[in-house]
Design a protein around this ligand. Structure first.
Ligand code: NDP
Ligand code: GDR
Length: 327
């Protein structure tokens, strides 16, 4: 039975990846950072019904000693580094923390792997945010990077360090340059979930307005369940490499709102208000990925449309609010 270690196991992708690997017969171990709110730890794993099937070990991405200890005791065959301060907007408020977790933290994991488990396979959660102020209409593995936030700069450092460890030490280290991916388990601060939760609350009469920032930005949105499949496939390849993972369709925030509100028979223009304090100091206006390499080399393809995903997210948010109002 292969062993996978997942950093960021309590996040959206960590939960879906755990589910996938458990289905494939892996022993799944997750890195858990200490929290004072122990009662809500593992909410997403619980939602998927797999909390009691994973092992959780204490550690932190910023603490190399904890990572070395975990590599020694867990002896993972595959390491998925998903942990990060992942909210772009927060990275301007906390640039140093973002740098030390999202950037240097990844190198701590790489170092722990190099020192203790150099034959293990390593996955780095790179991001389409690294393209930033893009010069090309469609982005693939050859598109130059131009990061536009402290988050994206930190991710770019981690990305190049992954490439560097591969080339310097011959490690099986791969990066997935993943475009936005969402689900009912998406954090409430991200725009898709903020919208689907807002739609549910407005539909149930719990709110009337939804404040948003820039409605003109466009994103290439896929489903997290599809994207964790790509992560796993990357580590099954003979040779490590970097891959763009995307759907090839881009949609504005405005059109996302239009689709989401119309799903419950509402008009978004009656409810969405724009607020200048929700705008970012620098914006990534357009993202559109070309995943041809992943399609041909990994035989990967997305299976969920944007409309299907929005419906799934709204249904989950409606169910959550209905359950809350009953209790
Ligand atoms: P989430 O924000 O949902 O999850 C982040 C995870 O990182 C959580 O488990 C969090 O733990 C953990 N974490 C944060 N800081 C530390 C730390 N110091 N030590 C240990 N763990 C820590 O992110 P997603 O699941 O959406 O994304 C997974 C990864 O993929 C991230 O690296 C993200 O930047 C990247 N990515 C995501 C994309 C997306 O669209 N979702 C696209 C491209 C890249 P806790 O629960 O305690 O907060
Ligand atoms: P992003 O996701 O920054 O692309 O990063 P987010 O959903 O936060 O923003 C997407 C776009 O929506 C605009 N927007 C708003 N965003 C939020 N969060 N809240 C709002 O009220 C709002 N109004 C408009 C934003 O300005 C932006 O243009 C996500 C994260 O998961 C990263 O970790 C990951 O690397 C990238 O996706 C790929």
């Amino acid at each position: 039975m292969p062993t996978a270690l997942i950093t960021g196991i309590t996040g959206q992708d960590g939960a879906y990846l755990s589910q996938l690997l458990l289905e494939k017969g892996y022993r799944v171990v997750g890195l858990l950072r200490r929290s004072a709110s122990a009662d809500v730890i593992g909410e997403r794993l619980r939602w998927l019904g797999i909390l009691d099937q994973v092992e959780l070990v204490d550690g932190n991405l910023t603490d190399l000693s904890s990572l070395i200890r975990i590599m020694e005791t867990v002896k993972p065959d595959e390491i998925y580094n998903l942990a990060a301060q992942s909210f772009v907007a927060a990275s301007w408020q906390q640039p140093l923390l973002t740098g030390s977790v999202t950037g240097v933290g990844a190198v701590n994991v790489l170092e722990a792997v190099r020192i203790v488990r150099s034959d293990a396979r390593f996955y780095q959660a790179s991001s389409s945010e690294m393209f930033g102020l893009i010069q090309e209409p469609v982005q693939n593995e050859k598109t130059p990077f131009y990061p536009r936030s402290p988050y994206a700069v930190a991710k770019l450092y981690a990305h190049w360090m992954t490439v560097n460890y591969r080339e310097s030490f011959g490690m099986h280290a791969s990066s997935g340059i993943l475009f936005n991916h969402e689900s009912p388990l998406r954090g409430i601060e991200f725009v898709t979930r903020k919208v689907t939760d807002g739609v549910a609350r407005i539909k149930l009469g719990l709110a009337t307005q939804l404040p948003l920032g820039n409605l003109d930005a466009t994103r290439d949105w896929g489903h997290a369940r599809d994207y964790v499949r790509a992560m796993h496939l990357m580590l099954q390849q003979e040779t490590p490499d970097d891959y763009v993972v995307a759907t090839g369709r881009t949609t504005s925030i405005r059109d996302f709102c239009r689709i989401a509100f119309s799903y419950v028979g509402l008009n978004f223009e009656d409810h969405v208000v724009t607020r200048s304090d929700l705008l970012r100091p620098a914006e990534v206006q357009v993202l559109l990925g070309d995943a041809d390499k992943a399609r041909s080399a990994l035989d990967w393809a997305p299976s969920v449309t944007l409309e299907e995903m929005i419906a799934e997210m709204i249904e989950a948010d409606l169910a959550r609010h209905r359950a809350q109002s009953r209790s």
